[in-house]
Every structure is written in C-alpha cells, then in structure tokens.
Ligand binder design. Structure first.
Ligand SMILES: Nc1nc2c(ncn2[C@@H]2O[C@H](COP(=O)(O)OP(=O)(O)OP(=O)(O)O)[C@@H](O)[C@H]2O)c(=O)[nH]1
Ligand SMILES: [Mg+2]
Length: 314
C-alpha cells in the first residue's frame, strides 16, 4: 500500500488541520510494524489508565507506568504485553491542549483502543463524550466493534449494586448514542487486583476482573491479526474519503472567499468609474459652454469689424 509521504502530510496539516496529519502518520507507523497489535488506553486524567496497564503487565508502578492523583502521564509510553501485543499508556485528556494532542497521536498509532472511565464519577462528561466521537471518527460500526472496547475502572468505589447498574445502563446508552453500536464493556478494579495479589486471595483477584480483561485483550488481538490487513485497508480508504471531503470543503470555502473579494473589488471600481464619468460629463458641458461663448464673441467681433470697415469707407 503506498501512503502519503512526509511532504504530503505537512501540506495536509497546513490545509485541513493537524488531526488529519496525525491520522496519516499513525497509519504509516502501524503499517511499518505489521505483525504487532498495538493497544492504547484513553480517558480522562486519573481515571486509572496507567494503574490498569500496570495490572495487565503484572508490574508495580515503580516498575512501570507512573500512577498518581494529579495529571501524571505526559507522553505515550509503549511496553510489550507479549510477543504479539504492545500496549501504549497515554496522557489523560482535558489536562491541557498539548497533552490532548499527544494522547490523540498515540491513539492514532493503535490498532485497538481501550476507553477507560472512572465509574465513581457517574456517566460520561462532555469532554469524554466529544473525545470518543473524535477518535471513532469515520470508523464504520463493524470497525468500531473490532477496534474499540470500554472499561469502567474504580468499580470498588461505584456504590451499591443498584447504583452501579444504573450508572452502567446510562453509560451504555451514551456509548450507543456516540458510536451507533454496542462495544464490549468491562467493569474492573485495579485496586482490588493489587490487594488480591498482596494478600494472595485468588477469589478477589478474579473479582477484580483484571485477569479476564487481559485474556479478552489477548484473544481480541489474535482475532485482529486475522482481519488486520483488511481493516487497515478499510481504515486507509475511510481516511482517504475523509481527507478528500475536507480538501473539497476547503477548496469551496476558498472559492467563495475569492468570488466575494472579486465582487467587492468590482463594486469599489464601479463606483470610481461612475464618479470619473460624472466628472468627465461636467467638463464636456463646460467645454460646450466655453465653446459657444467663444463663438458668440467671434460673431460679435465680426460685426464690430464690419462696422469699423464701414466707418473707414465714409
Ligand atoms: N479505588 C480505586 N482507585 C484507582 C483505581 N484505578 C486507579 N485508581 C487510583 O486513581 C488514581 C489515578 O490513577 P492513574 O492510573 O495514575 O490514572 P491515569 O488515568 O493514568 O491518570 P493520568 O496519567 O494523569 O491521565 C491513582 O491514585 C490510583 O491509585 C481503581 O480501580 N480503584
Ligand atoms: Mg497515567
């Protein structure tokens, strides 16, 4: 598959915006490492993305991704989960614009996207809602199902069973609204996972749902490898369509601006032309008047000359 070169991408960034450039760069990156499936997390800061990825790796935060209450992860950070899977821990969204761009860049390099949400905060807020819309972009329903999954973290602090069920139902409704399809949905607790490990409680470890999520991701990645060639082609085609549409919109916009400018310039010069025509008309009239006066004076002069002649002849 021949893809856009760096100059084309720079041009696109200039004309239709940096999201397009980032998407094209991401696709190039993915196509250069074909046998590895990349899974990236995404979500608000402090939703538990890094802690979850540490749990999947079975490492502590000292050993791998840094965890913290304030915005912590600043740059996309890669790690091998096994020989075929690479995971990317990304910065939280809405921390600041630069972090959002960095998160978006990491996501566009990923095959599978794990949207992470802290269920303790209730339903998705406006920022998460818009973010999911932005990253699903032009993906079709089938592609969304194959490439995205949703994870509610902090399930240990989500309230009673009824309260949790209510929140889950509301979030699923929002997801359907955003993505127009259902995606796989997980409720997990990284905290329970680490407590279980520490106290060696197998039941609690299972209740955290972290091991099951890991199994699921391994299986999803294997499935992805089988269909990846086709999916990546689809992704490129969708992006081509989207890019073409944006370039056409941009062209139409520029054309409208040019014709509006031309109209304004014509109006301005028409006004000037009319003014000069008026002035010229005035001068023509004036010339006529002067001409007539001159003629009259000459006629009068002739009469006077004849009178002089007559006088002389007497
Ligand atoms: N109770 C509870 N706390 C959690 C859970 N997951 C994460 N936390 C806590 O949430 C806080 C933020 O966790 P992080 O993993 O650093 O969150 P993040 O999403 O990576 O944050 P940024 O890197 O800033 O975007 C930490 O204090 C964690 O201990 C969970 O499942 N349950
Ligand atoms: Mg983090």
């Amino acid at each position: 598959m021949s893809l856009l070169n760096a100059t084309d991408i720079k041009f696109l960034e200039h004309i239709v915006g940096k999201d397009f450039a980032t998407k094209w760069k991401g696709i190039k990156q993915k196509n250069s490492s074909k046998d590895v499936v990349t899974i990236a997390n995404t979500g608000l800061f402090s939703s538990g993305k890094s802690m979850l990825f540490n749990a999947l790796l079975d490492r502590t935060e000292k050993e791998r991704f840094q965890v913290g209450a304030a915005p912590t992860t600043k740059k996309g950070d890669r790690e091998k989960l096994n020989a075929q899977i690479e995971i990317i821990d990304t910065p939280g969204i809405n921390a600041n614009d630069a972090d959002d761009d960095e998160a978006f860049r990491s996501l566009m390099e990923a095959d599978i996207i794990l949207a992470v949400h802290n269920i303790k905060t209730g339903m998705l807020d406006k920022c998460e809602y818009e973010w999911l819309k932005r990253i699903a972009g032009e993906m079709g329903k089938e592609e969304i199902k194959q490439r995205m999954a949703f994870v509610c973290t902090w399930i240990d602090e989500s309230g009673t069973k009824e309260e949790t069920e209510k929140k889950v139902a509301e979030i699923k409704r929002q997801l359907r609204e955003i993505l127009h399809t259902d995606i796989d949905f997980w409720e997990i607790s990284s905290k329970r996972y680490y407590t279980a490990k520490e106290k060696q409680k197998a039941e609690l470890e299972k209740a955290s749902k972290v091991p099951q999520l890991k199994e699921y991701l391994v299986k999803k990645s294997e499935e992805y490898v089988v269909i990846s060639e086709e999916l990546r082609k689809k992704e490129v085609l969708a992006l081509c369509r989207q890019t073409k549409k944006s370039l056409q919109n941009e062209r139409n916009l520029i054309f409208t601006q040019i014709s509006r400018k031309r109209e304004n310039i014509c109006k301005k010069y028409d006004y000037r032309k009319n003014t000069w025509a008026g002035i010229l008309g005035n001068f023509k009239d004036y010339r006529m008047t002067v001409w007539e006066k001159l003629k009259k004076v000459r006629e009068e002069d002739e009469e006077y000359a004849e009178f002089e002649k007559y006088i002389k002849n007497i």
